[in-house]
Design a protein around this ligand. Structure first.
Ligand code: RUQ
Ligand code: CUA
Length: 656
């Protein structure tokens, strides 16, 4: 008798969910809380009823998607995916004429990147809901996203860097966003043998000034550092305001097989940078101007992105600016570095370390004062480990990576190898609790958890591997986040949800900080795009040589004009499409047959331009791609393409 058949009598006696549970169990898989890890009251804690708002926004990096998805917590609902470093055909990002410039770099147009760390702007050490920054790890860049329209408004390339990983963590009042190079390279980069790594490769730590009023970024200075790998960062706050901390690995300065060769030293370093001291040195003329070409892309007048190129940066060295940087010895190939809400404690996650060291800022400054140095490395004083240590979290688990903090004096550290979150008391490093995650945990995020005022209710764990947690989807399974309740003494798992790309770091804040300042449309009267068409009467088609400009409008549910003739093969056709709507949530789309490009998605009151070079004779329909009204399907038109040299005169319909 088959097991399934045998279980039938049992089934007959059970109903609903209980019966389903037995069936699942008989297939060798149980959905009981014992194996999923979820708390028994999890459902009620994450349930946000239809029509209700969540309590938090979470900005979770899209990793190798290059973009920045926005989720709601506690439900885990995906609200939006903000295009940043990668072309995004759904929104025409990097395809429309107005947005292409955002992806310019000194290497040319770079349509993809790897976005790791979102970081909210802060005022007085608290997320202020103005901007979120995020780094590009591959071709070094930092982006600024406006939190009123959730659009990327600026992207600044970081020159003299490679692998912008320790970025873009901000100082307490967003004076700076930092950017440290993960890969050391010859600076300036040049044709150098890799075997000369030790002598000729260096790192840079970049301080990007953020304008208080506008958020506009500019490179203030770069600090030239020994050729280590600068991995993560966090700025000081409160007493440690004025300092920024960067972890490094590969203090061995190996250039091959780093997994072994960069794991030799017992301790690597946290670089503690006194940026106020750096400002003094720059003001005293101790910096040199290093010629450097880098792109700076800003959305300005008319919502149009424009690129300017920087030509040099101010470079300071530890030798020219005494007291600008100290090394804090830290076991062993540290990854994350995190500063607690008080600003006094600095913890690091040594991937290969058996403890989590917690440095004391007060002890650090005392040791600097007393010159309690171990030695100097490449001219940088190394402080004595015992002189700066507050305490060590002993036997925390395996592979500590990142720490976030709650508002009750506790730290929470992700353990990659042992796949768990460990909760410990910051004041004395006592382990208080631990909870498994599924699986291979990277970053964790508590809303406000790297600020002075954490909202210590939830912790989001971002896992690298999700094997067996979801229905399988071929060879690749999406990464996943898990929501953990940290409001009580014991952590409780509440929810799993898959993510877009690979979530590295995330940032969260109380929804009420930004929810009511969301832009609902762009005032048409203020549309400053030179090709804006502000009423149907102004719609027109203009030929100049082989360039044709189509000044077109959209409103529910038609285009003006919607019939165009007189175009010929090989023309450069510019569809300048203005959405005349002034309501919330009424974008119109635009797409034309055979265009080797993407669509446009035009926000109310905005103008976007799509370029098209017709290659075939014939009549080409175009249509609205975003279902906008009952007559959305009627929102369509035709453009006739004639053979080169034989097109009739330009003709189009007009509004009467
Ligand atoms: S990383 S899993 Cu921030 Cu790119 Cu640590
Ligand atoms: Cu406009 Cu659909």
């Amino acid at each position: 008798m088959s097991p399934r058949f045998r279980s039938r009598p049992v089934l007959l006696m059970l109903t609903g969910a209980a019966a389903a549970a037995v069936v699942v169990a008989s297939c060798g898989r149980s959905t009981s809380t014992a194996t999923t890890g979820a708390a028994t009251d999890a459902a009620s804690k994450v349930y946000v009823a239809p029509g209700q708002y969540d309590e938090f926004y979470a900005f979770v990096s899209g990793g190798f998607s290059g973009n920045l998805p926005v989720y709601a917590l506690p439900s885990g609902r995906l609200l939006r995916d903000i295009p940043v470093f990668s072309q995004y055909p759904e929104k025409g990002w990097g395809y429309s004429e107005q947005t292409k410039a955002m992806l310019n770099t000194s290497y040319g147009f770079v349509p993809w990147d790897d976005a790791h760390h979102p970081e909210l702007s802060q005022t007085d050490g608290v997320p202020d809901g103005r901007w979120v920054f995020v780094n590009a790890n591959n071709t070094p860049r930092v982006a600024r996203i406006d939190l009123t329209n959730m659009e990327t408004m600026e992207i600044l390339e970081v020159p003299n860097a490679a692998g912008n990983h320790s970025s873009p963590f901000v100082t307490m009042n967003t004076e700076y966003a930092v950017a440290g190079t993960r890969f050391s390279v010859p600076i300036p980069n040049a044709d150098v043998s890799i075997s000369e790594y030790k002598d000729k490769f260096s790192g840079t730590l970049t301080f990007i000034k953020v304008d208080k009023a506008t958020g506009r970024m500019s490179i203030a200075f770069q600090l030239l550092m020994p050729g280590f790998d600068y991995d993560l960062a966090h700025a000081g706050k409160g007493p440690s305001h004025g300092w920024a901390f960067f972890t490094s690995y590969n203090s061995e300065q190996a250039s091959t097989l780093l997994e072994k060769n960069a794991s030799q030293n017992d301790k690597d370093f946290i670089a503690a940078v006194n940026w106020k001291r750096a400002e003094e040195c720059v003001a005293q003329g101790k910096a040199t101007d290093l010629p450097s070409r880098y792109a700076h892309n800003v959305v300005g007048e008319g919502h149009i992105a424009r690129t300017e190129f920087g030509t040099s940066v101010k470079l300071i060295t530890p030798a020219q600016c005494e007291g600008v940087v100290y090394f804090l010895p830290t076991p062993k190939s540290p990854h994350g570095v995190d500063v607690d809400p008080s600003g006094e404690f600095i913890s690091a996650g040594g991937k290969l370390a058996s403890v989590i060291p917690v440095h004391s800022f007060a002890k650090m400054t005392a040791a600097i004062e007393a010159k309690t140095f171990e030695n100097t490395v490449s001219g940088v004083p190394v402080l004595k480990y015992d002189a700066i240590l507050s305490c060590e979290v002993k036997e925390p688990g395996l592979g500590p990576l990142h720490t976030e903090f709650d508002d009750k004096g506790n730290g929470y550290t992700s353990m990659f190898i042992s796949s768990e979150v460990v909760k410990w008391r910051v004041s004395d490093c006592t382990v208080l609790d631990r909870i498994p995650t599924y699986y291979s945990l990277g970053h964790i995020m508590i809303p406000g958890g790297d600020s002075r005022k954490p909202w210590g209710k939830y912790l989001l764990a971002m896992n690298k591997i999700t094997k067996d947690r979801y229905l399988p989807t071929g060879p690749e399974l999406n990464q996943a986040a898990q929501l953990i309740d940290i409001s009580g003494d014991k952590m409780k798992l509440l929810l799993d949800f898959p993510t877009v790309g690979e979530p590295h770091y995330a940032q969260g804040l109380l929804a009420s900080v930004i929810k009511d300042k969301q832009v609902r449309n762009y005032p048409l009267a203020e549309n400053a795009d030179p090709f804006a068409t502000k009423s149907e009467k102004e719609a027109k088609v203009v030929r100049k040589g082989n360039r044709v400009d189509i000044h077109m409008t959209q409103i529910r549910s038609h285009f003006m004009p919607d019939n165009i003739e007189g175009i010929q093969v090989g023309d450069s056709v510019y569809f300048h499409v203005t959405n005349l709507e002034q309501d919330w949530d009424v974008p119109h789309g635009f797409a034309v047959l055979g265009n080797r490009n993407a669509e446009l998605l035009v926000m109310p009151g905005q103008t976007r331009t799509l370029t098209w070079v017709p290659e075939r004779v014939g009549v080409h329909p175009f249509y609205c791609t975003d279902f906008c009204s009952a007559l959305h399907q009627e929102m369509q038109g035709y453009i006739r393409v004639s053979p080169k040299g034989s097109a009739p005169a330009i003709a189009y319909n007009t509004s009467k």
